[in-house]
Write a protein that binds this ligand. Structure first.
Ligand code: HEC
Ligand code: HEC
Length: 357
């Protein structure tokens, strides 16, 4: 950050009323609850120095780079992590995670990224979080829009778009753009438009969808005509190559907050069991989104617990790494102690020999 911006934030923080609040307990699993390990992380991943504008680029591009890379830290969610949990800069903005949520690839790739969006659509998404026919911001992206991006000036939004356009394309698992799945949505009308959507989904999913979701999203997933209840076809969340965001939307709902014209969606996690959430998510992706994507009840149970299989494996791997390192250290210490003992006993032997002579 520029020195000016750091000082401005400091001035703002110091002007806030003081609040006395006890420190929350550290609930991270070992070894992540060890503060000193952050020093090791910094060795591998901290890049110091300040942002230097590129003289060969326009002022808007440089402003966009500063907003995306520095102040907006879009990469904290949208860039994948390397083996030491730093941002993998070789795959900048190629898709990462925010808790369970998948923060999609937003590079200029036409299939896996947002290369197929118009400038106008991108600006509208950043400013409002809702672009009918492309995407709606749920989960952590809804928070980003609500708390932050909606307050940016139009110039800053356009600067971000100019920079995003130029982020090198990175391909992914998508076979076609996330927003392109599902047949053209018919505006809600329950009557016999069978065959308008691609797959069918299970009967259990169909029952649940009709009773819980169709009032807002339409029997054929077309949403409401003004787009305030989103269409589930031509929507990047059901069209993604991963099922997490659809499942999390059902579990947590969408808090669109005070952003102009947007409505929120209630959370269904409290009164559906894991099997029902899985049936619904699979029905939504099969009929309206990417039919290759599915989840199991066991996946949903893990999501509710706040982790994915990958994250559980990561914690276990880190713990076994620490255990291996500890065993190795112990082995080395034992070896060293043995050597010392052998040396002192041979010294003693030698001096006994001398005394005898
Ligand atoms: C706290 C995490 C987080 C941050 C920070 C964040 N995003 Fe996102 N973003 C997400 C998630 C999660 C999604 C997927 C939302 C969904 O499924 O509804 C997303 C979706 C998007 C999409 C839509 C992609 C698509 O194909 O649907 C765009 C564009 C985007 N973000 C741009 C940005 C930009 C630009 C920034 C920085 C100014 C940013 N995001 C910062 C988490 C984040
Ligand atoms: C009361 C109306 C209502 C009901 C009922 C409802 N939704 Fe929603 N849904 C919404 C709104 C509003 C949004 C978010 C609009 C926005 O982001 O601006 C949304 C968003 C979504 C999204 C897209 C989220 C994203 O990040 O792109 C999915 C998927 C979804 N709903 C699925 C469902 C499913 C499945 C059900 C049934 C369990 C359901 N909805 C029931 C109103 C509703």
């Amino acid at each position: 950050m520029s020195r000016e911006d750091v000082l401005a934030i400091r001035t703002y923080l110091l002007a806030q009323p003081p609040i006395s609040q006890p420190q929350p307990r550290n609930i991270l699993p070992f070894p992540f609850n060890q503060r000193w390990t952050v020093a090791l992380w910094k060795l591998a991943n901290l890049h110091t120095g300040s942002f230097t504008p590129d003289r060969n680029r326009t002022a808007a591009w440089n402003r966009g780079a500063y907003l995306v890379e520095v102040l907006g830290h879009c990469g904290a969610c949208h860039t994948p992590r390397n083996a030491t949990f730093g941002m993998d800069e070789d795959h900048k903005l190629a898709g990462g995670t925010a808790g369970i949520w998948q923060a999609f690839n937003i590079t200029s790739d036409k299939i896996a990224g947002v290369g197929g969006w118009s400038n106008e659509e991108l600006s509208r998404f950043l400013k409002t979080g809702a672009v009918p026919g492309k995407a709606y911001a749920g989960g952590p992206m809804a928070e980003t829009v609500m708390n932050s991006l909606q307050h940016l000036s139009d110039d800053d939004i356009q600067a971000i778009v100019a920079y995003l356009r130029d982020v090198p394309a990175q391909s992914g698992d998508e076979k076609q753009p996330r927003f392109s799945w599902g047949n053209a949505a018919t505006v809600d009308g329950d009557a016999g438009t069978e065959g308008m959507t691609q797959g069918s989904g299970t009967a259990a999913g169909d029952d649940l969808y009709r009773s819980l979701c169709s009032t807002c999203h339409g029997a054929n997933g077309g949403g409401s005509s003004d787009g305030s209840y989103p269409s589930l076809t031509r929507n990047s969340t059901p069209g993604a190559a991963t099922p997490e965001d659809v499942a999390m939307t059902i579990l947590e709902g969408v808090k669109a907050g005070d952003v102009a014209g947007r409505k929120s969606m209630a959370a269904f996690g409290g009164w559906l069991d894991d099997g029902q959430v899985a049936a619904l998510a699979n029905y939504v992706t099969a009929r309206f989104g990417n039919p290759d994507v599915s989840v199991t009840a066991a996946d949903i149970r893990q999501m509710r617990a706040g982790s994915t299989t990958g994250q559980t494996i990561m914690v276990l791997a880190a713990q076994s790494l620490v255990a291996c390192a500890a065993v190795l250290m112990l082995g080395l210490l034992l070896l060293l102690a043995r050597r010392l003992r052998r040396r002192t006993s041979s010294v003693r032997l030698m001096s006994a020999h001398r005394d005898r002579r």
